[in-house]
Write a protein that binds this ligand. Sequence first.
Ligand SMILES: [Zn+2]
Length: 343
Amino acid sequence: MIQQFIDRMPKIDLHCHLDGSLSPATIRVLAERVGIDLPDDPKDLTAMLTAPEDCSSLVEYLTRFELPVACLQTAENFYTAALDLASDAASENVIYIEVRFAPLLSAHERLPADVVVRSVIEGLEEGKRRFGVKYGLILCAMRHHPHEMNEQLLPLAEKYLGSGVVALDLAGDEKGYPACKHHQLFADALKRGIPYTIHAGEADGPGSIWSALDLGARRIGHGISAKDDPELMKHCAAKGIGFELCPVSNLQTKAARDWDDYPFRLFLDEGMTVTVNTDNRTVSNTNLTREFTELDARYGLTTAEIERLVRTSAAVSFADDQLKQELNKAFDMFLAEYQSAEN
Ligand SMILES: [Zn+2]
């Protein structure tokens, strides 16, 4: 019964990387266009794109991004990639998705970052038109990029804010490059009224999450290591900081050792603001249906709990108030239909 509820409910994904979520079929199309040779055997291609369940570390996990990033080097490929992701999300009733990617990993002299961002917005816009999936685009600054590079994202985010882009993010090697190195970027974003989330507490301890909060982040990507700091959990609960959990990915990258070590129930019990997301649909071989199914298998969810998680996603999303209302209304309608079918 719960499975039917999970399958059919309207879903919201707040943490989904474009490059980690391209289907193998789309990768074939993109690779052919840019002249990259791929293995003929689908199994070999999947092995290049999907991290094993018993992945040894975040470093091994990140190798699965090499091929997608190599394919994402033309405006046309970005458009196709974004449209493909919207189609994939629609197939499991995602009604709103915040897609993120790092434009500066692909931009070069002949492909300005502005064109890259515009192409992704056009792909997502076409996805909205064809499949009804609403979206917000998040531009990722990279931890290992110097400030002079990351600050190029500020005018871009500002230009497309309200017409596709909803926020900035900080991604990449969390252990090697502390968030505080990027304080200027986020101080400027704050000044310009650009919202942001920051990846933290995935590959580093609670101190990394405190740094992200110091920079003014209202949402945290993953945030798993908060489980080791009671004061931090209390603080985040009181402030309503949105935690973007991505359970399948978090276990693969060893952000948590195993399900017993996973802080899903702990965070909820602490009164924290928890959302459930995919991170990378292809690299982690997941989607929101699987994420909720796995959580249900481990923790036994009720429909009321699932409803609360989805509504929390709407509440802490970067969508405007009108869209948030629409998302809640879509869930109201689903519930009414589901309940009348039950009786
Ligand atoms: Zn992520």
